[in-house]
Design a protein around this ligand. Structure first.
Ligand code: IMP
Length: 431
C-alpha cells in the first residue's frame, strides 16, 4: 500500500493529468484536495483525449473510489456533468464521495469573479472566471454554502435566507445597479443540487483516514502549481487556495505522516496562463516552438500560454516547500529540434543573486535569469520515443539524457518518471 501526493511545481499545466493517470493505476482511492474547476487536466488514452476540470485525472482509470476533499470548491453542475461525460465515454465512476465540508460554487460566485476581475486593474490575475476566488472568500467570511448543507433542505433554506441578502448587497455594491441578481433563482439552483449531488455527500475526512488505516493505496492529486499558491506563489497573480503538499493535509483532513511519496511534476520548459512576471519567458522563435509543438493552449480557457525556458530556481523553491521524493519530468519531447536548450538555475536582481523567487513582485519582475546552455537534440520520431519508453533512459539521444541528468543533479531529487509524448505508453518509468 502506498499513499502518494502529486504536486505541480510550476504554474500549473505541467502535465499532471498524464502523470496522475499513470500513478492512479496503482491506487484504489483518488483524492482531490484544492482548487476547483479552474484546473484543466488533459489525458490521452488510446488516441482519445479527455479534458477534466473537477474530476481528478485518476478518475479515468477503472474502479477507483473518487473523493472530492473539503479543500476543494465544488461547482455541482460541472462535477455531475463530468461524471455523465465519463460514463458516456465508457469510463464510469463506480464510487464518488464529496466532502460535506467542501464549499459550493454557486452562480453568484461566477458573477462576482467577473466583476471583481474587471475592477482590479494591474492587480488582475487573469482568473479563469469559474467563481473560485469568490467561493474561497465566502468560506473565509463564514457565509459559504457547504455540500453538507444540501443534506437538510429546510436548514439550507434558512441559511440562504441569511446569506443571499448579504451576497446581493456585495454584488450590487461591486457592480452597480446594472447587475441582475435573482435570489429566488439561487434557491431553485440549490434545491436542484440537493437532489442531484446530495447522495454523494459524506464525511470524507473519516472515510479517507479509515481507508489509509485499512491499507488502501491512496493518491492525493494536487491541482494548479506551487507558484500559484496563495501564500507562497506569485501573489496577487496566483490562485486563491494553497497548492503545496501541506494543502493535502488541510484540504483532505490527513496528518503529514501518512504520505509515503511526494511526486513533483516538472514540465521540461515553462508555461503560464494569466498575468504576472515570468523571468524566463521567450518572445522569439524558441518560444513559438514551445507553444506550437507543446500545444500550449489553456485546457480550461483555451488561452495561449506564455512559454519560457525551464526555471530551476522556481522548482528548487517548490521542492523546499513540498519535499519532493521524486520528480516526474514531462514533455521533454517538445524540446526536440531546438539547436540549444537553456535552463535557468538562479536569478540576478538589484545586485544580488537569488536562488529562489522573491515574495516582492516588483523584484521578481526585475529578475534576470542566469542560464546554463545545453546542446539540443533532433526529434528521433514517435517510434523511438515509444522504444525508449520500453527500454529506458539508455535508449535515448545522449544530449537528451544529459538534460534529464542535469535537472536531477541540480535539484538533488531522483527523476522517477519521464513523459516523452501525450499517450499512456509514452512514459519512461525510472523508479
Ligand atoms: P483562478 O484560480 O481562476 O482565480 O485564477 C487565478 C490565476 O491562476 C490565473 O492566473 C489563472 O490563469 C491561474 N490558474 C488557476 N488554475 C490554474 C490551473 O489549473 N492551471 C494553470 N493556471 C491556473
Amino acid at each position: 500500500m502506498t499513499v502518494s501526493v502529486i504536486i505541480g511545481s510550476q504554474f500549473g499545466d505541467e502535465g499532471k493529468g498524464k502523470v496522475t493517470d499513470f500513478y492512479a493505476a496503482e491506487a484504489d482511492m483518488i483524492v482531490r484536495f484544492n482548487g476547483g474547476n479552474n484546473a484543466g487536466h488533459t489525458i490521452v488514452v488510446e488516441g482519445v483525449t479527455y479534458k477534466l476540470h473537477l474530476m481528478p485525472s485518476g478518475a479515468i482509470q477503472p474502479n477507483k473510489h473518487v473523493v472530492i476533499g473539503n479543500g476543494v470548491v465544488v461547482d455541482p453542475g460541472v462535477l455531475l456533468g463530468e461524471m455523465e461525460e465519463l460514463a458516456r465515454a465508457g469510463h464510469p465512476i463506480t464510487r464518488l464521495s464529496v466532502s460535506d465540508r467542501a464549499h459550493l460554487i454557486l452562480s453568484y460566485h461566477k458573477l462576482q469573479d467577473g466583476i471583481e476581475e474587471g475592477l482590479k486593474g494591474r492587480l488582475k490575475a487573469g482568473t479563469t472566471m469559474r467563481g473560485i476566488g469568490p467561493t474561497y472568500q465566502d468560506k473565509a467570511a463564514r457565509w459559504g454554502v457547504r455540500a453538507g448543507d444540501l443534506l437538510d433542505k429546510d436548514e439550507l433554506r434558512r441559511k440562504l435566507d441569511i446569506v443571499l441578502p448579504i451576497k446581493e448587497r456585495v454584488i450590487r455594491g461591486l457592480g452597480g445597479p446594472e447587475v441582475e441578481f435573482d435570489p429566488s433563482a439561487v434557491y431553485e439552483e440549490c434545491m436542484d443540487h440537493a437532489d442531484r449531488l446530495g447522495p454523494y455527500v459524506e464525511d470524507t475526512t473519516v472515510l479517507i483516514n479509515e481507508a489509509i488505516e485499512q491499507g488502501t493505496s491512496v493518491l492525493f492529486e494536487g491541482a494548479q502549481g506551487v507558484l500559484l499558491d496563495i501564500d507562497h506563489g506569485v501573489y496577487p497573480f496566483g490562485t486563491s487556495s494553497n497548492v503545496v503538499t501541506g494543502a493535502a493535509c488541510t484540504g483532505a483532513g490527513v496528518a503529514p505522516q501518512v504520505f509515503d511519496e511526494v511526486i513533483g511534476i516538472v514540465k521540461a520548459y515553462l508555461s503560464r496562463v494569466g498575468t504576472g512576471p515570468v523571468p524566463t519567458e521567450l518572445e522569439d522563435g524558441a518560444g513559438t516552438h514551445l507553444q506550437t509543438v507543446g500545444k500550449e493552449f489553456g485546457a480550461t480557457t483555451g488561452r495561449p500560454r506564455r512559454c519560457g525556458w525551464l526555471d530551476l530556481a522556481m522548482v528548487r523553491y517548490s521542492h523546499m516547500l513540498c519535499g519532493f521524493t521524486g520528480i516526474a519530468l514531462t514533455k521533454v519531447d517538445v524540446l526536440s529540434g531546438l539547436p540549444t536548450v537553456k535552463v535557468c538555475t538562479e536569478y540576478k536582481a538589484r545586485g544580488r543573486t537569488l536562488r529562489v523567487p522573491p515574495a516582492d513582485m516588483s523584484i521578481f519582475a526585475e529578475c534576470e535569469p542566469q542560464y546554463i546552455e545545453l546542446d539540443g537534440w533532433e526529434d528521433p520520431g514517435t517510434d523511438a520515443w515509444r522504444r525508449a519508453a520500453r527500454e529506458g533512459l539508455g535508449a535515448l539521444p545522449p544530449n537528451w539524457r544529459s538534460y534529464v541528468e542535469f535537472v536531477q543533479e541540480e535539484l538533488g531529487v531522483p527523476v522517477a518518471f519521464v513523459g516523452v509524448g501525450p499517450g499512456r505508453s509514452e512514459t519512461l518509468d525510472l523508479r
